[in-house]
Write a protein that binds this ligand. Structure first.
Ligand code: SF4
Ligand code: SF4
Length: 373
């Protein structure tokens, strides 16, 4: 991983400051409106395993703040990937876009130090270059998540910056990636995009979704193949079973995820993973973490999406409403909502690792050495 030191130091400072002095207006816990009720709510909160009658409090429940804003300027895409929930969930508004000024207002309103521009395919957003420039002007770090098909065509609209990464989605080597995205030639074009971006001086990383049938040896082979282009790191996330695509048998239980990531531990050792060591331990089943979905809030054509990037129980007009009207204690594995039971995705649990929840002193040193590596 090659995050600039100033970027990681800035993130660490932001997290430290907000843990120490969380903004009061985001901790108000407003009672949810009746029409926003999640039908899956069963329990009032989590319960202590050792003493089942005693409710437990999430360690960050009253210290909520965002770390990464997931900004979806549009949901349109040139592909129809097998496991994609977005193009299915937002089918009715697929032609709509968030205006540029509104995207930047969401960045300001939320204030997170990192913005992940996703979608849909954000490289189809007409003002994508201006959006990136506007976010950099606000001194934020950016991941532009893309299938890579338009990098060559639109590269002139961007300027290289150590705070800006193209994050190219690759789910395997050529044959299996093209099968997952249901179109031939996508892998080759994405690789061409990576080459062009690296040659022009941009930071580039990749993002891989792990499905039940993913061969982890193939993902290690992919990382090895990408070495020749000097790619700056890799992200991994277990697939989540969106209701929109849940009829397909490609998603995993927590046990399946543990097995997959244990199997891959040695395979991935030589490669630059962008994930924190604590999140990787969580994926292998070696430590538990609570969900901190407010750490990765999502903004899109319908507003602030709650509770998280994956499941939708409502869209809120303001960021403060998302933070205060969402019944956060009802979400996360074991808290009553069956949709959360097998979820281990990075947007719910990577913030928990970055926040050092349940961390020991030894973990602090490991985090420091991982950051400096
Ligand atoms: S490229 Fe991304 S947004 Fe487009 S269909 Fe695939 S997963 Fe969905
Ligand atoms: S556990 Fe997963 S699905 Fe549930 S709220 Fe957290 S991130 Fe969302």
């Amino acid at each position: 991983m090659r995050f600039p030191l100033s970027m990681t130091a800035g993130m660490a400072g932001y997290i430290f400051k907000n843990k120490l002095m969380p903004r009061r207006e985001w901790q108000k816990n407003v009672k949810p409106k009746a029409d926003a009720m999640n039908p899956f709510r069963i329990l009032p909160s989590g319960f202590d395993a050792a003493e089942p009658s005693r409710p437990t409090l999430h360690p960050m429940m009253n210290k909520r703040f965002p770390i990464v804003l997931m900004l979806e300027p549009l949901h349109a895409c040139n592909l129809t990937c097998t496991g994609c929930g977005r193009i299915r969930e937002y089918e009715s508004s697929i032609t709509e876009r968030v205006p540029l000024e509104e995207c930047l207002a969401a960045v300001d309103e939320c204030g997170a130090p990192m913005v992940s521009i996703c979608g849909g395919e954000p490289m189809m957003y007409p003002q994508i270059g201006e959006l990136v420039a506007g976010i950099l002007d606000r001194d934020k770090n950016i991941y532009l998540c893309t299938n890579g098909m338009f990098i060559r065509k639109r590269i002139q609209e961007f300027r290289p910056d150590r705070r800006f990464f193209f994050n190219v989605h690759l789910d395997g080597m050529e044959k299996n990636h093209d099968l997952a995205v249901e179109k031939e030639g996508v892998f080759v074009e994405a690789i061409e995009g990576i080459k062009v971006a690296k040659k022009a001086g941009f930071m580039v990383c990749t993002n891989t979704t792990i499905y039940k049938e993913t061969d982890m040896k193939e993902i290690a082979e992919l990382f090895q193949f990408l070495k020749q282009f000097d790619v700056d790191g890799h992200q991994l996330s277990p697939a989540y079973g969106y209701s929109a695509v849940n009829d397909r048998e490609i998603f995993m239980t927590r046990d399946d995820i543990h097995e997959k990531f244990r199997e891959a531990e040695k395979l991935f050792k030589p490669h630059r993973l962008n994930q924190t060591p604590m999140y990787m331990e969580f994926l292998r089943g070696e430590r538990d973490l609570p969900c901190t979905a407010w750490g990765n809030p999502t903004y899109n054509v319908k507003g602030w999406k709650g509770p998280c990037y994956l499941i939708t129980d409502g869209h809120y007009k303001t960021f403060e409403a998302l933070m205060t009207e969402t019944p956060w204690e009802q979400y996360g594995a074991g808290n009553g909502d069956p949709r959360c039971d097998n979820c281990m995705v990075h947007c719910g649990y990577e913030p928990s690792a970055a926040l050092m929840i349940n961390a020991t002193l030894a973990d602090s040193f490991r985090m420091l050495s991982w950051t400096l590596r």
